[in-house]
Design a protein around this ligand. Structure first.
Ligand SMILES: Cc1cc2nc3c(=O)[nH]c(=O)nc-3n(C[C@H](O)[C@H](O)[C@H](O)COP(=O)(O)O)c2cc1C
Length: 186
């Protein structure tokens, strides 16, 4: 059976740089024979986790019915999760954080589907430097999620861009992202 990747886009803007990198990873996954499904969080009504702890008692089902409802099966089935985000205030976007908070329910499933996943990331930031931008904080968070859930860390592609549609023009970065997608399948 084809391996599946869920490409999670969290930038709210058109011409998103982080999305361009994530989509290139998806192209690499497909080139290597896998399937890549894009989940664009913008426009989805995904509410914050209520910390009701229902998912901890009911085998990992979130009781909130909103935009996340249709996303849960895609997250559960994916062998590879590609998390993409602009850096906002020295960390991942609020959109991606809200999504990940809601994914806590998936990890609460006794079967813990996260333990069979590889998680990779695509980030863009305005600063010229990964450390100064705060991108490292997002990466650290993703790595901690892997450590906690048993997922494998697949690495991060990142680039510096303040304006829209910048990284989509960087052949070098897109090639790097695509290559990562190919490797994730291996
Ligand atoms: C609310 C907000 C906060 C930001 N905070 C940071 C930051 O902490 N560090 C940084 O390097 N860039 C920051 N930026 C710049 C974005 O990370 C940058 O423009 C990025 O490439 C946007 O990604 P996108 O094109 O995928 O939306 C911020 C931008 C916005 C709108």
């Amino acid at each position: 059976m084809k391996k599946k990747a869920a490409i999670i886009l969290s930038s709210p803007r058109k011409g998103s740089n982080s999305s361009a990198l994530a989509l290139a990873i998806g192209a690499g996954v497909e080139e290597a024979g896998g399937a890549a499904e894009v989940v664009d969080l913008s426009g989805l009504d995904i509410k914050p986790c209520l910390a009701c702890e229902a998912c901890q008692r009911n085998g990992g089902k979130c009781t909130q019915i909103d935009g996340m409802h249709a996303v849960y099966p895609k997250v559960a089935e994916a062998d590879i999760l590609v998390l993409s985000s602009p850096v906002y205030w020295f960390n991942m976007s609020g959109q991606l954080k809200t999504f990940l908070d809601r994914c806590f329910a998936v990890a609460m499933n006794p079967d813990n589907p996260f333990s069979r996943k590889t998680i990779a990331a695509a980030l863009s930031f305005g600063d010229v430097d990964m450390f100064a931008s705060g991108g490292v904080n997002a990466v650290r968070c993703f790595q901690d999620i892997c450590h906690y859930t048993g997922a494998v860390w697949g690495g991060c592609v990142y680039g510096s861009a303040m304006e829209r549609d910048t990284l989509s023009k960087s052949k070098e970065l897109l090639a790097k992202a695509k290559e990562m997608g190919v490797k994730l399948l291996g």
